[in-house]
Design a protein around this ligand. Structure first.
Ligand code: T3D
Length: 258
């Protein structure tokens, strides 16, 4: 099995599972991952996802043995599999936590950056390895990097293809947080569990609003906020959140997405 999917209370854990190749991606694996995301979306009781890797790596990007001697049409075929995966993660109406347990290189780095909240182990690193093999960052790398860390750092990471240690990635704002290696699994689970108990409609709408902001003017974004706030405000979770605050008790949000 190239990926493992576990159903946990309120969320699903997806583990990339080709540890002998540092979980390098194959077309088969990308298809399995896409199917797992579709299934998670269809299951209304699933309110968060946790993505991580088996073994000492998170994901070493495209499995290079699969593209040896590949021509342009083969490369296009690969991108046909990867780009929908990235768009799918961004479009999912649930938060995706990525627990980067080791090196995240090439498409593997950008798969992690496509997720909503990225935690990384101290020993992990992020490598835009593409230029080393005569390619450009794909899977959204040229989009995510400048937005997350600014043009100067994005250019150097993409052109030099040097590993960025997790500590620096956190310091630069490429990821949410670095944690000690032995704490990564617990922290990832705690985050996914916590997100799964929050107001799911609000989290889905926050994701939509933030993703749209990069291409909006302030007045268009205010319009969007108004539209989405009306939707959030008419959800039973909003009423429960307010009642819980006034009752001085924890909110008991719906266990299923609407
Ligand atoms: O054209 C297209 O658009 C297609 C899409 C492309 C998107 C991409 O992702 S392009 C970038 C592809 N990825 C890379 O170029 C990274 C290649 N790997 C590395 O540079 C290094 O392995 C790492 C920096 C990630 C880790 O280094 P290290 O020293 O910790 O481990 P290692 O010894 O290099 O790797 C361990 C094993 O995994 C090794 O196999 P072995 O010798 O034990 O049998 C190695 O060959 C294998 N491995 C690592 N990465 C890949 C891989 N096998 C196939 N494909 C890989 N990407």
């Amino acid at each position: 099995m190239t990926i493992l999917v576990e159903r946990c209370e309120g969320y699903r854990r997806i583990t990339l599972n080709r540890p002998e190749r540092l979980n390098a991606l194959t077309v088969e694996m990308a298809a399995a991952l896409h199917a797992a995301l579709d299934e998670a979306e269809a299951d209304k009781s699933c309110r968060a996802l946790l993505l991580t890797g088996a073994g000492r790596g998170f994901c070493a990007g495209q499995d290079l043995t699969e593209i040896v001697g590949a021509g342009p049409s083969d490369l296009a075929r690969l991108l046909e599999h990867y780009h929908p995966l990235i768009l799918k993660i961004r479009a999912l109406p649930i938060p995706v936590v990525c627990a980067v347990n080791g090196v995240a290189a090439g498409a593997g780095a950008n798969l992690a950056l496509a997720c909503d909240i990225v935690l990384a182990a101290r020993s992990a690193s992020f490598v835009q390895a593409f230029a080393r093999i005569g390619l450009i960052p794909d899977c959204g790398g040229t989009w995510f990097l400048p937005r997350l860390i600014g043009a100067a750092r994005a250019r150097a990471l993409a052109m030099l293809a040097e590993p960025l240690p997790a500590a620096t990635a956190a310091e630069w704002g490429l990821i949410w947080r670095m944690v000690e290696d032995e704490k990564l699994a617990d922290e990832g689970e705690a985050l996914a569990t916590r997100l799964s108990t929050q107001a799911s409609t609000a989290l889905a709408l926050i994701k939509r609003a933030l993703d749209a902001s990069g291409n909006n003017t302030l007045d268009r974004q205010l319009d969007l906020e108004g539209e989405l706030q009306l939707e959030a405000g008419s959800s039973p979770n909003h009423a429960e959140g307010v009642r819980a605050f006034l009752d001085k008790r924890p909110a008991a949000f719906a266990r299923a997405r609407s």
